[in-house]
Ligand binder design. Structure first.
Ligand code: ADP
Length: 501
């Protein structure tokens, strides 16, 4: 049972194919009109043929009815002329004529079966009364039945049975029913013609079926081809034969698919290059301190009887390089953590004034070394929903940079302000400033404006990348403005309350 359902499902699956659908649609559009046309033509032929035959026979019956009166056939059924006429009619149309007189007695039956019998058929009685004839096509028995009144024109007075008719009916005539003709003619010949027609139409239809089948098959194949080309082109990229942009401009639809794919492709390329760059940068950065350590150690080993002071001096350098390596690794780790997005945020209500004071207090010794003034300015008490550790990192990085890239006896000012939605931290320094063309790069990993100088100062180029990630995690923004030689201002804007989306 389960197998059966699966088989049916597998067979139905083909209907999901565009090719199959186009084939079915074209095929149906081609074949349905021809079936309808065959049916329509045949029925209208039948209607037309039957109505022609009805009027033909009716006309002849009317003539015969007149002759019946003229030859007084109803009183004396021996007229040869009438017999011949009736014979001819019944031969011509393969029919049967029954003549009934006003007493409802059959006086003539061309089949010779019912003569002398009384007919009490409702239609005959009705016709006898009102003198109205009728014809009826008995579809299922293949014959047409006629009821024809035999009318005689008599003067008005006579028709009214001797009584004087009302009004001036003088000289006028009236039809009186003297009997009824009951006729049935076969429609076999019509049916036979229809059979022949129908057979011919069917043969044509079958021929058309083959042609339409072929057309539908070819059309389905041609119309779906561009989509197959899209799949092929994409697979080629996937399998690595090429990374050229795909182009299938046959349809607007395929163009849209391909455009979207190319966009994805170029985004992936950008990602891939930045990943490669990152890896090579990381390895380079990690290698530099190790190379220094190796050089220092080697030069110590190369000399004999090295004085203890020199050992000490080299060891201090080696320890510094190891510290540097440690700093790079720590920065890398915080950056990786930052990439993990919202889940890693540990939100609590934090007093931003207090937090800034703590950070400044921690950095004050470094500032003092270079005689740099560190000022905190706050107009109001600010508390916000932030991750305390990351907020500390943001402030530390920015203030540390403001000190590092400052001049002797310079100044760093941290200004805290807030409105009803955000709090803003401005870190203003009177330092060396950042060149205009470097401004857009400073948030890139490992980017440093002045590589040699920065090395002296001891940066990794990761600080601002980490800071920016941390700000963005808080759904905040970071901006920088700088004038070379005069100073730099970083502005961080963070929402007071953290909204989980
Ligand atoms: P680093 O570890 O080198 O400080 P950052 O990512 O923190 O790396 O900063 C990137 C670069 O931007 C720095 O090397 C420096 O050239 C420049 N920079 C950052 N802050 C300042 C500032 N306040 N004044 C001048 N230059 C700055």
């Amino acid at each position: 049972m389960d197998m059966k359902i699966r088989n049916v499902w597998n067979q139905l699956k083909i209907l999901r194919s565009l090719k199959a659908r186009i084939f079915i649609i074209v095929f149906l559009i081609g074949i349905i009109p021809s079936v309808i046309m065959r049916y329509g033509i045949l029925t209208s032929y039948e209607d037309r043929a039957v109505s022609l035959r009805t009027s033909d026979v009716q006309r002849q019956l009317n003539i015969i009815a007149d002759h019946l009166i003229a030859y007084s056939y109803l009183t004396d059924a021996s007229s040869e002329v009438i017999s011949a006429e009736l014979e001819q009619l019944s031969n011509l149309y393969d029919g049967r004529v029954i003549i009934i007189n006003s007493n409802l007695k059959v006086i003539k039956d061309t089949y010779g079966i019912s003569e002398g019998k009384t007919v009490i058929s409702e239609e005959v009685v009705k016709c006898m009364k009102d003198g109205a004839g009728s014809s009826d096509f008995k579809d299922e028995y293949d014959y047409i039945e006629f009821i024809t009144p035999i009318l005689e024109k008599v003067p008005m007075e006579e028709a009214a049975g001797g009584e004087k008719p009302a009004g001036d009916g003088k000289g006028k005539e009236k039809d009186v029913v003297r009997g009824v003709m009951l006729t049935s003619v076969s429609t076999d010949s019509i049916i036979a013609t229809m059979d022949i027609l129908s057979r011919k139409a069917l043969i044509m239809e079958i021929m058309m079926l083959f042609v339409i089948f072929g057309i539908a098959l070819v059309l389905a194949k041609i119309l779906v081809k561009p989509f197959e080309r899209v799949t092929k082109a994409i697979s080629e990229v996937k399998e690595g034969f090429t990374d050229e942009p795909v182009s299938v401009p046959d349809y607007l639809e395929t163009e849209h698919i391909v455009d979207a794919f190319n966009e994805l492709l170029s985004r992936m390329k950008v990602l891939d290059t930045s990943r490669q760059e990152f890896v090579s940068n990381v390895s380079h950065e990690l290698k530099t301190p190790i190379t220094s350590v190796k050089v220092l150690a080697d030069s110590l080993l190369a000399q004999e009887n090295v004085p203890a002071e020199l050992y000490r001096e080299f060891m201090v350098d080696i320890a510094e390089e190891i510290d540097r390596e440690d700093k790079i690794i720590n920065d890398l780790l915080s950056m990786v953590k930052m990439d993990k997005k919202v889940a890693s945020l540990n939100i609590s209500v934090v007093d931003i004034n207090a937090l800034t004071e703590i950070v400044l207090k921690r950095l004050r010794p470094i500032a003092c070394k270079r005689d740099i003034e560190l000022v905190f300015e706050s107009n109001r008490a600010v508390t916000a929903e932030v991750d305390e550790v990351k907020m500390t990192l943001i402030l530390t990085n920015l203030v540390e940079n403001a000190i590092k890239y400052n001049k002797e006896q310079g100044a760093v000012k941290v200004v805290l302000d807030a409105d009803h939605q955000f709090f803003t931290l401005n870190i203003v320094d009177t330092g060396i400033g950042i060149p205009q063309d470097s401004l857009e790069h400073i948030y890139e990993r490992f980017y440093r404006v002045d590589k040699s100088h920065s090395r002296e100062i001891g940066g990794t180029g990761l600080g601002l990348a980490i800071t920016r990630s941390a700000v963005l995690l808080h759904r905040g923004s970071i901006k920088v403005s700088s004038v070379e030689g005069e100073g730099t201002t970083f502005t961080v804007k963070i929402p007071l309350s953290y909204v989980v989306v």
